[in-house]
Ligand binder design. Structure first.
Ligand code: UN1
Length: 502
């Protein structure tokens, strides 16, 4: 039975117990999770607030050493953690191993940052006076994460938040609770004092109510949230009422433009992985291929052939993708199918993969898991629900364009702005696209998904509030700048009033 862990101790359950099941074999109960409630969230925030000062006083290089210890522990337990990711959320094992590697990459980046965490010396306009800036920890951080990346994306928050001197409350997705518990244990063993990292299992409404109270009590310095645009809006509004700017990493409707001079085989390979890797359940997954009208027919026939030939099924095997994350995501797939309209052309079978509705190259037992067919929908246009909205599943739209300006307009039309890709061999096209696209991330001749752990990750519009994770840029999320002006002249010097700067 998994429980919330506050201040180093398992918390008493305050709500029902929920199962976390293997989505590839729903008879396999991965964990039972004893839920906390709003009061559990507040208790965890109080524990974090109580631990905050002492952790902030630990020298940053020593905090960096704790991150180094965590990195070594994750590496030593990498295979077990990857197997658990595959078992609990159904990700193909190769992706799960990559996901665990992403924690290590993140740790390696930030353990060195413990010896930098630079401030600046700034000249004063007056003599015998020196100005400085210092990065200060922002305060206890409430991190709420999704389960499609049950360990890598949480590490993007936890590692820099802790390195910067913040205590943390982590609320993971319930369908990824066992992954969260395993990762939490490794982090704590790295040398975090009690209360510096707290784990809360709670449902959405209780989490929201607890967060509201914790913000009201002034316990929280930063909220980090990865999840849907809809919930992100609510978290943003709540934080705004408390004059806080959250770090929001929300949905995406990520476009891939295929120009007439693109290497079509490369574009097909990219669209296969971007659209259907992780069953399309990445925030960076491909939403719509925007292909030049002159190569539309050729691209589509190669793309549908590649998708038809891809293996789907048992995620412990070498498959393109496994099951959907859980029943709610399976229900989402059915909703998205309902968006397919009269003007659209669907390629291949749709719906759940069963013995009656089989798929060539299927690996495993279709009866046990949440396995769904890949769907390509050609002829989608702005105004169609399937064009305008994120489909968090193995469903990709295709549309055509004639001029690059039109392609950029189509790419920006849904109003998201997370990732994007362009396939072309002309640098002028690349730069025109880069300037015109509203996305935070642009891939050239590569997949929309698969960002590296040391570049700024984040989106604009419906994909987020402009906050960036990963690399040095995330330091601005977990620290705030303090300005110091130090006058050693021995008299009161008045800024703007004594020195004429011409
Ligand atoms: C997400 O789905 O929330 O760039 C993040 C990628 C991954 C992260 C996706 N490294 O596809």
């Amino acid at each position: 039975m998994l429980r919330s862990i506050i201040n180093g101790r398992a918390a008493d359950p305050a709500g029902p117990t929920v199962p976390s099941r293997n989505p590839a074999d729903q008879g396999d109960l991965v964990a039972e999770v004893a839920l906390g409630d709003a009061a559990t969230v507040v208790a965890a925030a109080r524990a974090a607030r109580a631990a905050q000062r002492a952790w902030a006083d630990v020298p940053a290089p020593v905090r960096g050493q704790v991150i180094a210890n965590i990195s070594a522990l994750v590496e030593a337990n990498a295979e077990a953690l990857a197997q658990l990711v595959t078992r609990e959320v159904g990700k193909p094992i190769a992706e799960s191993r990559g996901e665990v590697q992403e924690i290590v990459d993140t740790c390696r980046f930030f353990l060195g940052e413990g010896r930098r965490l630079y401030g600046q010396t700034v000249p004063s306009e007056m003599p015998d006076k020196q100005l400085f800036t210092f990065r200060e920890p922002i305060g206890p951080s409430m991190i709420i994460t999704a389960g499609n990346f049950p360990v890598a994306v949480p590490s993007w928050y936890l590692v820099p938040a802790l390195l910067c001197g913040n205590a943390v409350v982590w609320k993971p997705a319930l369908y990824a609770a066992a992954c969260a518990d395993a990762m939490f244990q490794l982090f704590v063993r790295g040398g975090l004092p009690d209360g510096v990292l707290n784990l809360v299992h709670a449902d959405g409404p209780e989490t929201f109510a607890g967060l509201e109270s914790a913000l009201g009590e002034g316990l929280i310095g930063k909220v980090g949230f990865t999840g849907s645009t809809e919930i992100g809006r609510e978290i943003g509004a709540l934080c705004g009422r408390h004059l806080q700017t959250p770090c929001l990493e929300l949905g995406g409707k990520n476009p891939m433009v295929v120009a007439p001079d693109a290497d079509l085989d490369l574009a097909v390979e990219g669209a296969l992985f971007a659209g259907f890797g992780t069953a399309g359940q990445r925030c960076t997954s491909l939403g719509t291929v925007i292909v030049h009208e002159s190569v539309h027919g050729e691209f589509l026939s190669r793309y549908t052939a590649a998708v038809s030939a891809a293996a789907v099924g048992d995620p412990t095997a070498d498959v393109l993708y496994g099951p959907l994350l859980d029943e709610r995501f399976a229900a989402g797939y059915e909703t998205y199918l309902g968006w397919i309209g009269a003007g659209h052309r669907v390629h291949g079978p749709v719906g759940r993969i069963t013995a009656e509705n089989p798929r060539p190259g299927f690996v495993g037992d279709p009866a046990t898991g949440l396995f769904y067919h890949p769907v390509i929908v050609d002829g989608v246009r702005p105004g169609d629900a399937i064009f305008d909205n994120e489909t968090f599943g193995p469903i990709v739209g295709v549309t055509t364009y004639s001029t690059l300006d039109e392609a950029i307009e189509l790419a920006n039309a849904p109003g998201y702005g997370l990732s994007s890709a362009i396939y072309t061999s002309d640098p002028r096209t690349v730069f025109a696209f880069r300037r015109g696209i509203g996305a935070g991330m642009v891939s050239v001749n590569n997949s929309t998904s698969g960002a590296e752990a040391h570049l700024p990750f984040g989106g604009n519009g419906k994909s987020g509030n402009g906050s960036r994770q990963s690399g040095m840029w995330v330091l601005d999320q977990f620290t705030r700048w303090q300005a110091v002006n130090w006058d050693y002249s021995g008299r009161l010097q008045k800024a703007q009033m004594e020195v004429a700067v011409v």
